[in-house]
Design a protein around this ligand. Structure first.
Ligand code: SAM
Length: 227
């Protein structure tokens, strides 16, 4: 569990989508989201009516049949997927993110009873081994993280490892990256070798306002099979 970090620059220039899409490495991301954490929701989320996290939460609840108890939100950021999961399904997910500052914001989120939205909040890099045990999560969700090209298909090796057999995955992936960076091929292969169920693909809105309001993301939905 991390603790709240104090402060955050109030007078920093506004960060936009262009900058978010241009970062290339884990270090770039850590630096960007460190600067962005305190203004992310008041600026970017609000200005663009960023609905992607709620699309992920809704799809997860639609498919979970109320059964998922331990859910991991990867690249949880300030915790908007968690807010959706709590509101729709009463979940208390764990959150993982590269940025301590983003996790710190997620740690402040509470429900209408004052209970924290998230359980454990863990600093972790999806391009590396995760400091999480094998076979604990029966749900894995993500919004806006397989958007930065540096988080590639290899992340799924670790996500399968930390999931139980039969875990429900609802993961948002950038539409261009889905084919170009090999996600489509990865899931075809994982299906072929019996690691996952047949993936369902949904195309969902990311924003409801702003210049990018017509942009869509792919949600890939499947269950791991432990194969
Ligand atoms: C666009 S934000 C999305 C946050 C949140 N899921 C949402 O929808 O509001 C992307 C998040 O991915 C995290 N991230 C980027 N690269 C990562 C990596 N290699 N490992 C873990 N998290 C990463 C960033 O720190 C950031 O919080």
């Amino acid at each position: 569990m991390i603790s709240k970090l104090e402060g955050g620059p109030a007078d920093q220039p506004e960060i936009g989508l262009g900058e978010a899409y241009s970062v290339e490495t884990p270090d770039d991301n850590r630096e960007l989201y460190g600067r962005w954490a305190s203004s992310y929701e008041a600026g970017f989320v609000s200005d663009n009516r960023y609905v992607y996290p709620f699309q992920v939460a809704t799809a997860f609840i639609d498919h979970s049949e109320g059964a998922a108890r331990r859910v991991l939100d990867v690249g949880c950021g300030t915790g908007l997927v968690g807010v959706g999961l709590r509101a729709l399904g009463g979940h208390q997910p764990d959150g993982l993110d590269l940025s301590p500052e983003m996790l710190s914001e997620a740690g402040l989120k509470t429900d209408s009873h004052g209970q924290p939205i998230y359980g454990n909040l863990v600093v972790g890099d999806l391009t590396a081994k995760l400091n999480l045990p094998d076979g604990v999560y029966d749900g894995v969700v993500s919004a806006g993280t397989f958007t930065h090209g540096h988080v590639g298909t290899g992340a799924f090796d670790e996500l399968y490892r930390v999931a139980v057999d039969g875990a429900l995955f609802v993961v948002g992936i950038n539409t261009d990256h889905y084919e170009n960076l090999g996600f489509s091929e990865r899931f075809r292969s994982d299906r072929h070798f019996g690691r996952i169920s047949e993936p369902e693909i949904r195309r969902v809105p990311i924003f409801e306002a702003g210049e990018n309001a017509d942009e869509r993301a792919i949600l890939v939905i499947f269950r791991s099979t432990g194969g």
